[in-house]
Design a protein around this ligand. Structure first.
Ligand code: ADP
Length: 430
């Protein structure tokens, strides 16, 4: 690290294969500029003499393969250079995956399907982003499968999604999210409804496989699956389920030998399970920090991000114009279940809900489900497996007038009339 001004900031001279790590203080922002050499942020290259701005709370690493100097201006909580990074191992992993893609191309087979696993805060999302960016920089079209319902890099929390990656993530803004395929899960932990979680994992796997059958580039590109940090009990079972649903070829285990050994034991022998160290730069995030990140993600959905402002709409929706469901009936003791019914059925049951005051602030998914699919009893086939076309937030419920006020990215009317309730709430302070 070095002092001295570069564009008014602090200048850092980085040797090759080192990284500058910094965290932006609360309420502040930090500008980064590449002065000389080459550098990247989580796999996306920096342009020379362009100022990149990072908002409060950002935790960033600027890595250089060749050496570079950068300048930082604004208040950082920490900023230091580290020589000790696992980047070379990550690059080798990428090289091995690229080898598999080349072989797939040659032999007319499918490219690698990779699952990234590990406890929370080991840099899973970062490794996914890195591998995707490196692949796309070589002209590949890999798919990101986002199964982390707590901290989704693709859509709002409480969703599971898939996104075809066509360009490296933007240094400041992350993935450009065009037409992701998004499913409603409804909560920030898989444990809330593990049956649904597994079902949606299977759904995504099926859609991805179908796409691979008709799109050669997608097939060769393969996929990188980001998972939740819950790696015990049903959380572990969900990983095993995911591996089989996607027929993964490679599992990258970050930082946990126990998990690595368990997966080696439980997955078929042809699955390559690889243990990788986590980066010392990965910062542990508190519960509050996570909650804030989730809130930000929802706010961004409605109000936009940085330079791009959206102007959401508020309007009334009559109860009679929509059908609102919650997925999963409260579980009851096995002995009380009606004959022939299992707990699985209750977890996947669609329960019609009449809006009450307690619906206020809840996020609702607007389902793409075909509206004509209703069957007797209000149970709708295909609804669980239907993707979502958008989200609204209930800002007020008037039970007397039988209307609710909603915040919506688009003006009225709602594009569809089937709404699914999330456990997640968003308080709109604007
Ligand atoms: P996980 O997906 O396992 O929960 P993330 O990939 O989201 O973990 O990483 C946690 C945080 O650490 C993120 O804010 C990310 O930007 C940051 N981070 C990751 N790698 C580094 C690094 N090498 N230096 C500094 N911060 C990092």
């Amino acid at each position: 690290a070095g002092a001295g001004a570069g564009g008014g900031g602090t200048r850092f001279d980085l040797e090759k294969e080192t990284e500058l790590r910094f965290e932006v203080e609360a309420g502040e922002k930090v500008q980064l500029e590449l002065l000389t050499g080459l550098a990247e942020v989580f796999g996306s290259e920096l342009n020379r003499n362009k100022k990149y701005t990072f908002p409060p709370g950002s935790k960033i690493a600027v890595f250089t393969w060749q050496g570079c100097s950068v300048s930082l201006s604004g208040k950082t909580e920490v900023a230091y250079v580290s020589k000790d990074t696992p980047m070379l191992l990550y690059l080798n992993t990428h090289a091995a995956l690229e080898q598999m893609r080349r072989q797939a191309e040659r032999d007319n087979e499918r490219g690698p399907r990779v699952m990234v696993v590990g406890p929370t805060d080991v840099g899973k999302s970062t490794v996914c982003r890195l591998l995707l960016s490196y692949a796309v920089r070589l002209g590949r079209r890999p798919t990101l499968v986002e199964l982390d319902v707590g901290q989704s890099g693709v859509s709002v929390p409480g969703t599971m999604s898939a996104l075809c990656i066509e360009r490296p993530a933007d240094v400041e803004e992350g993935y450009s999210v065009q037409a992701p395929l998004v499913y409603h899960f409804g909560s920030t932990t898989p444990g809330t409804n593990i049956k649904l979680y597994n079902k949606l994992t299977s759904c995504l796997a099926e859609v991805f496989s179908q796409r691979c059958e008709v799109n050669r580039k997608a097939s060769v590109g393969g996929c990188i699956i980001n998972t939740c940090g819950w790696v015990k009990g049903s959380g572990y079972q969900a990983l095993v389920h995911c591996a089989s649903a996607f027929q993964v070829d490679v599992v990258l285990v970050l930082d946990q030998e126990r998990l690595y050994n368990e997966l080696k034991r439980d997955l078929p022998h042809f699955v390559r399970v690889v243990l990788l160290p986590k980066s010392g730069g990965v910062v542990e995030r508190s519960k509050d920090c996570r909650r804030e990140a989730r809130d930000d993600k929802i706010r961004e959905y409605f109000y936009g991000f940085r330079g791009v402002s959206f102007y959401p709409h508020a309007f009334d929706v009559r109860f009679s114009d929509v059908r609102i469901y919650k997925i999963g009936a409260p579980s009851i003791p096995d002995s009380c279940l009606p004959l022939g019914m299992s707990q699985d059925d209750t977890q996947l049951k669609l329960v019609p809900v009449t809006p009450g005051r307690d619906l206020t602030h809840h996020v609702l998914s607007v389902s793409c489900a075909d509206e004509g699919e209703e069957v007797a009893g209000g149970v709708r086939r295909g609804l669980l497996e239907s993707p979502v076309c958008g989200f609204i937030v209930v800002t007020n419920v008037d039970t007397q007038a039988q209307v609710m006020t909603v915040l919506s990215p688009a003006p009225r009317p709602l594009p569809r009339h089937t709404l699914l309730i999330m456990d997640i709430r968003f308080i709109d302070l604007k």
